[in-house]
Design a protein around this ligand. Structure first.
Ligand code: E4P
Length: 217
């Protein structure tokens, strides 16, 4: 399973990347706003740091304008994945980018039917948003399972990139199902290390070690 970090915050990406935890990065217009940085500048900085795919999202709504924006974003670095929304125009742009050999991440996917269209349009990644489905009392994890089944039925090569991840349970659930990639905020990735029994066990070991009066170094 590949780990993408869902942020445009360079120090957070660096911290996880230095630990070998980063296989790629996803950004979106909201994350660029949050970073307070210029999109071209911050995306270039991220691409220089991370060797895997870095998703940069178009903001136009018509295919021809999306294509112009995507071509500009693709010039930032060879590891750019152009991110387009799952609209008919987005799928048109996806097909154009894929035909030119660019990686494409089709985002804002909320149904298995949409995921089929993205695969047909040559998407490199499909991003189903599981947290936003859970927010409206639908089952985001079930959507990942449905897409996995459908893609496997037809040997679609598009990678399932589970997005809008809000919890550690989301990550383990989609890992069990076989999502190819997860993208999660740095805080959720770091929370994967937490367990109360680890803390309790460590505390006991420290107390017992102190009683031995020994030192290792
Ligand atoms: C994915 O590429 C998106 O950037 C992201 O996962 C959206 O997550 P959110 O629903 O927490 O905003």
């Amino acid at each position: 399973m590949k780990f993408f970090v869902d942020t445009a915050d360079v120090p957070s990406i660096k911290e996880l990347n230095d630990l070998g935890m980063v296989d790629g990065v996803t950004t979106n217009p909201s994350l660029i706003l949050k970073s307070g940085r210029d999109i071209l500048e911050v995306t270039k900085e991220i691409c220089d740091m991370v060797s895997g795919p870095v998703s940069a999202e178009v903001v136009a709504t018509e295919a021809k304008d999306m294509i112009a924006e995507g071509m500009k974003l693709a010039k930032i670095a060879s590891n750019i994945a152009i991110k387009v929304p799952l609209t008919w125009d987005g799928l048109t742009a996806c097909k154009a980018f894929a035909s030119e050999g660019h990686m494409v991440n089709v985002t804002l996917c909320f149904s298995a039917a949409q995921a089929i269209l993205a695969a047909k349009a040559g998407a490199t990644f499909i991003s189903p948003f599981i947290g936003r489905l859970d927010d409206i009392n639908l089952d985001g994890v079930q959507l990942i399972e449905d897409i996995r089944t459908i893609y496997d039925n037809y040997n679609f090569e598009t990678e399932i990139l589970a997005a809008s991840i809000r919890s550690v349970n989301h990550i383990t659930d989609v890992a069990r199902i076989g999502a190819d990639v997860i993208t999660a905020p740095p805080s959720v990735i770091k929370a994967m290390a937490n367990h109360p029994l680890t803390d309790k066990g460590l505390d006991q070991f420290m107390k017992d070690w102190a009683k031995t009066g020994q030192k290792i170094v």
